[in-house]
Design a protein around this ligand. Structure first.
Ligand code: DX5
Ligand code: ZN
Length: 221
């Protein structure tokens, strides 16, 4: 069985109690903290920045923090998030003038790098940088908001991405983000994903541990 990881998106957490929410979801069995950064320019919403990431580190959060940059331009924020204690930094090719350089900046800063593909963004952007990415993130909704519906065509794209990754021979995680929950996580895993972002499906439930356990049960089936 692949090494499946569950990455709750804190976009759906209670921001007034963020430290506690992150602690709770990690003790409920989550593996990775998915941290959505939106700039009201690349996407029509505004969220959190490097100060909040470093506040979580200062609060004692040790789990990997997976920073998903939905911003344009990306480069200046990359340095800030390296300083702030990010583990993964992923960005959209449309947000960078020089994709190769941005990926290199992330790795040079000691973080894991990743490229994010919107539903209509072709995977061809990966072709010349496969040796520079640690994560491929496929969006299964248009970025900007939590609580949207999974776009079914993403399953085919996941299969294509899985093939590209396997044929490359590199150690690259395949993450899926948007509309993931207990009801569809199994078919998403079967299509090739190994890392699952889920925001509303976890934070909108009363018992995070129970929801995450149900996800793992589906993955083990
Ligand atoms: C959307 C964000 C997602 C979002 C997912 O732009 O990148 O991480 O929080 O939320 P759900 O799981 O509710 O679709
Ligand atoms: Zn995200």
């Amino acid at each position: 069985m692949p090494d499946f990881k569950i990455a709750p998106s804190i976009l759906s957490a209670d921001f007034a109690r963020l430290g506690e929410e992150v602690e709770n979801v990690l003790s409920a069995g989550a593996d990775i903290v998915h941290f959505d950064v939106m700039d009201n320019h690349y996407v029509p919403n505004l969220t959190i920045g490097p100060m909040v990431c470093s506040a979580l580190r200062k609060h004692g959060i040790q789990a990997p923090i997976d920073v998903h940059l939905m911003v344009k331009p990306v480069d200046r924020l990359i340095g800030d998030f390296i300083e702030a204690g990010a583990s993964y930094i992923t960005f959209h090719p449309e947000g960078s003038e020089h994709i190769d350089r941005s990926l290199q900046m992330i790795r040079d800063g000691g973080c894991k790098s990743g490229l994010v593909f919107n539903p209509a963004t072709p995977l061809s952007h990966l072709e010349y940088v496969l040796d520079k990415v640690d994560m491929v993130l496929l969006m299964s909704v248009n970025p900007g908001f939590g609580g949207q519906k999974f776009i079914p065509g993403t399953l085919d794209k996941l299969r294509q991405a899985r093939k590209i990754i396997d044929e490359s021979g590199y150690d690259i995680r395949l993450e899926i983000d948007g509309g993931v929950g207990v009801g569809n996580i199994k078919e998403i895993a079967e299509a090739g994903a190994d890392t699952f972002v889920a925001g509303s499906a976890i934070f909108n439930t009363d018992d995070y541990a129970d929801t995450i356990a149900q996800m793992r049960e589906q993955l083990a089936m």
